[in-house]
Design a protein. Structure first.
Length: 255
């Protein structure tokens, strides 16, 4: 279980808020809604199937690899550092509406098949109604049935569910090569923000949770390198003020 130990202290992030702010904070351009609402019975049927399959004596564990770690969207009774095999973080969900747009699409992170992934496994506080609690969580995630996995923890393995990308999902796109991916994330902007900000938030929160992802760490460095080529708005503003002062000094009294 050595893979579950917290990583040693890592260098400072190259990607910063200052660099992210070199991009427009948002744009009004929005892509079409790509997903249709599932049938009304989808969430109830999926929750029933999950509870019937899980061998956890009534406990519902959820493996969190991204925002579920710091924004669980459910009541949490217990959390443990964990690792799953056969899944990895990947930017594989096309975004042309939220942090991307049709002219500059982005890619959101999910879990895709292959490799392994360190994260956190969360035991839901289901109260007196596990079915209702699970339905509530499913309604806040993409309408794809979660996968069943074994999450390894220091206290032993637990059967859990995880939310992953599916090749049949309308927004799915295999993660592109790193150079292409960094190019996309460094320029994608949508009506709620930028992909660069999303990447910075993700890496920051994972590090705070004790999860160091080398793939994301390399990616933030590559995105930062691209943003460093953009003009610094603050420097441009200072230069503009200096130009005004210089122009004023050049005007002689009485001119």
């Amino acid at each position: 279980m050595s893979g579950l130990k917290h990583s040693p202290i890592v260098p400072t992030l190259r990607l910063t808020r200052t660099l992210v702010d070199r991009l427009p904070p948002r744009v009004d351009e929005r892509g079409p809604v790509m997903l249709e609402d599932p049938p009304p019975e989808f969430y109830h049927r999926t929750a029933v199937e999950i509870l019937e399959r899980l061998d956890t004596q009534g406990a519902v564990w959820v493996f969190a690899a991204g925002s579920l770690i710091w924004n669980p969207r459910m009541k949490v009774a217990e959390r443990r550092a964990a690792q799953v095999t056969g899944w990895r973080r990947a930017f594989c969900l096309t975004d042309r509406r939220f942090r991307g747009c049709p002219s500059s699409p982005g890619l959101m992170m999910s879990l895709d098949r292959g490799g392994y992934c360190s994260g956190v496994v969360l035991r839901m506080d289901t109260g007196d109604d596990p079915l209702a609690a699970l339905v509530s969580l499913l309604q806040k995630e993409p309408p794809v049935p979660p996968k069943r996995v074994t999450a390894e923890t220091e206290a032993g393995p637990v059967e859990a569910i995880l939310f992953a990308a599916d090749p049949g999902f309308p927004l799915y796109r295999p993660e592109p090569p790193m150079e292409e991916l960094a190019d996309m994330l460094a320029c994608a902007v949508g009506h709620i923000g930028t992909m660069a900000e999303y990447l910075l938030n993700t890496v920051t929160e994972l590090e705070r949770a004790g999860v160091h992802d080398r793939h994301l760490w390399r990616l933030q460095d590559m995105v930062a390198e691209r943003l460093e080529r953009l003009p610094d708005p603050m420097s441009a503003a200072v230069d503009a003020v200096d130009d005004v002062h210089a122009a004023n000094r050049s005007i002689r009294p009485g001119d």
